[in-house]
Design a protein around this ligand. Structure first.
Ligand code: DLL
Length: 433
């Protein structure tokens, strides 16, 4: 099923024509409305009239998260405040938050891209969407809500938390589509088991899971525990919220709604645009947003892009699973790695559960990483020798795959904190000192 065939299956030439027309419009819009962009463009000696092809996008300066922070709260709005009907704030924990202001038109675009995303995951008006993304300033709850409403699906605006109640409601209301973070989906399965409910017997059919990094190995884990198809959804507050890209049932990358968001992949160090297929930082330009139009916004997310059309019929480019954020990259004794690379290994371990945390400390001036991983309930925690043996095996596995010696510590089941939203995977104790 495809929500908007005209745009999702457009031939590339027509799509590029449309993108160029919209790109010209948006560059004029930001240049004329925001002194911030006017200054930036002038500094780079570029004028919106010079945008004559999509390649000309590369002449334009980037927009960074710190630019948005400096504009807090309304400094980067590209529509008059009187036209703004909703605000959202990014969930970042450091520094000033980033605000996005939506006009009525923006809310319609959001509903449209989220309706596409949910349909891409197989949702129809017959479905019961159990929306456990947080409602509020976080974009997950309301964005999903608008899309589900547009489709005409029955929406349960349950938000995150009170997990036992979630399970009862799923059973009573016959929820078929679960929308939440992948880590919360796993927690739902765990709580169901504790309640004596087999999570596979819940009426759920599919999960539309995102807002945090999850490795490819997490997918079968969630799918088998909940008996669902687990599909990835990507988005960020600065651009619109969820609904930037969505995986279809083929599970081979997330279709990016390119008629609204124009993607580039750049080398995060040099800023140079990379070729299709190469891994780098995703940069997005909003082509249709009114309240907060952004040109070449550096998302900080590492992925690659594939322009081949998909067997599902969509011609939209696909981005690969997000490997992590540029600023989440750990550098341990000179080796660069993302938490998702460790997750990929940990999830292969039979004797452990998919709950882990990475503890980063500084000892004698050197960064040290310890992996804490929960054991499966069937492992007896008093069998010290056996535990040590498993720890050593995981350490070896990590060393062979990533070339780095890291300490692994098995911990008892349910000792790592669960979250109803984004899981906290890295505890950086270096900053606490
Ligand atoms: O997390 C929007 C969202 C809500 C997306 C619900 C999907 C579902 P923020 O709180 O602003 O917005 O966080 C955005 O989260 O830059 C990525 O680093 C990360 N992220 C979002 N989706 C994914 C994903 C929402 N599918 C930041 N995989 C982004 C990996 C993701 N990381």
């Amino acid at each position: 099923m495809i929500w908007n065939k005209e745009y999702e299956c457009m031939n590339r030439e027509n799509l590029q024509d449309l993108q160029l027309r919209r790109l010209k419009k948006v560059t004029h819009r930001v240049f004329e409305r925001l002194p911030f962009y006017k200054r930036k463009f002038e500094k780079n000696r570029v004028h919106p009239d010079q945008i004559k092809s999509l390649e000309d996008l590369q002449k334009l300066p980037f927009t960074s998260k710190s630019d948005l922070r400096e504009g807090y709260p309304f400094g980067l709005f590209t529509a008059p405040l009187g036209e703004i009907v909703e605000f959202h704030i990014s969930s970042g924990t450091t520094g000033k938050p980033v605000v996005n202001g939506y006009t009525r038109g923006d809310i319609q675009i959001w509903a449209e891209v989220m309706a596409r995303a949910l349909t891409c995951a197989g949702t129809t008006s017959k479905d019961v969407v159990h929306n456990a993304y947080g409602y509020g300033l976080f974009t997950g709850g309301l964005g999903t809500h608008y899309g589900a409403q547009l489709i005409g699906a029955k929406t349960i605006p349950i938000s995150g938390g009170q997990t036992k109640r979630q399970i009862t409601i799923m059973q009573d209301f016959k929820s078929t589509v679960l929308t939440c973070t992948p880590s919360y989906a796993l927690h739902i399965a765990e709580v169901a088991e504790e309640m004596g409910v087999n999570p596979r017997n819940l009426p759920l059919r599919v999960g539309v899971l995102g807002a945090e990094t999850w490795s490819e190995s997490m997918r079968p884990e969630i799918e088998s525990r909940l008996g669902i198809d687990a599909l990835d959804i990507y988005g960020l507050t600065e651009i619109i919220g969820p609904g930037v890209a969505q995986e279809c049932e083929r599970k081979e990358g997330m279709h990016l709604f390119e008629d609204h968001f124009l993607p580039e992949i750049i080398d995060p160090k040099t800023g140079n645009v990379l070729e299709a297929g190469q891994e780098g930082e995703l940069v997005l330009t909003t082509l249709t947003r009114e309240g907060t139009s952004l040109v070449r916004y550096r998302t900080g997310d590492i992925t690659h892009i594939d322009y081949q059309s998909c067997e599902c019929g969509r011609t939209l480019a696909r981005i690969g699973k997000i490997k992590g954020r540029v600023d989440d990259m750990l550098i341990i004794r000179g080796v660069n790695l993302f938490p998702s690379q460790i997750e990929n290994i940990l999830l292969q371990i039979d004797e452990a559960e998919p709950h882990y945390q990475l503890i980063l400390e500084r000892r004698k001036g050197l960064d040290e990483l310890t992996v804490e991983l929960e054991t499966s309930p069937h492992i007896f925690f008093d069998e010290v020798r056996k535990l040590e043996e498993i720890e050593a095996r995981i350490e070896r596995e990590i060393e062979e795959t990533l070339g780095l010696r890291i300490r692994v510590r098995l911990v008892e089941p349910r000792t790592i904190e669960r979250s109803a939203g984004k899981a906290k995977r890295v505890i950086d104790k270096r900053k606490l000192k």
